[in-house]
Design a protein. Structure first.
Length: 199
């Protein structure tokens, strides 16, 4: 997993509550277990019509936001089924940071396991940020994980994050990576209990 320290780039506003995982990546695209190739289907039913043509009003189809690396959205993002394909699709599209007032728990945890940073801010701050970045000339945002800050249009917003999650992102480690760092300790323990005949 890649390390995540700072992200500077275009932030796209998605002013919707309760965006569920089926909206993020519809069920017909869940046939793969690969983490790549899903970005083209991100928000498929909102981005494309029945004939596969782009819906011009959808934010990620607008020229200014096509290269967005940050998504700013509303309450309860990532609700619905627990499909890990949702963060896979977002990351494959190029989204590295999601800012929202709240997230569904499983989706929130899956983001960290895939090297993405979900940032929860007070709703009034999120709505203010969305209003700012809706002006395409002000859509650049800088996120610093070490400083736990979001900077947009010279306004700074600070966010909270658990120390262990912060450290894991900074070091580029998912749960398996963190466990493997203890491989010597685990091997020593297994050797010890094997010598005692417990296994």
């Amino acid at each position: 997993m890649e390390k995540l320290e700072t992200v500077s780039g275009v932030a796209a506003p998605l002013p919707m509550i309760n965006v569920d995982t089926d909206m993020i990546i519809p069920k017909q695209f869940l046939k793969t277990i690969k983490r790549t190739g899903l970005g083209k289907h991100l928000f498929d039913e909102m981005r494309f019509d029945d004939d596969g043509n782009e819906i011009v009003d959808f934010v990620l189809n607008k020229q200014a936001y096509r290269q967005a690396s940050i998504l700013v959205t509303d309450d309860n993002f990532g609700c619905g089924s627990s499909r890990e394909h949702a963060p896979w699709a977002l990351k494959d599209f190029g989204i590295k940071v999601i800012v929202a007032p709240s997230f569904a728990d499983i989706f929130y945890n899956n983001c960290f396991q895939n090297g993405m940073l979900p940032i929860a801010l007070p709703r009034e701050d999120v709505l203010e940020i969305m209003q700012i970045i809706d002006d395409t000339n002000l859509s650049q945002m800088h996120v610093s994980l070490p400083d736990q800050s979001v900077l947009v249009a010279n306004k700074r917003y600070n966010f909270e994050i658990e120390d262990n999650r912060k450290k894991a992102l900074l070091e580029g480690l998912d749960d398996i990576g963190q466990t493997l760092r203890q491989a010597d300790v685990i091997a020593e323990f297994e050797k010890k209990i094997a010598n005692k005949g417990w296994i």
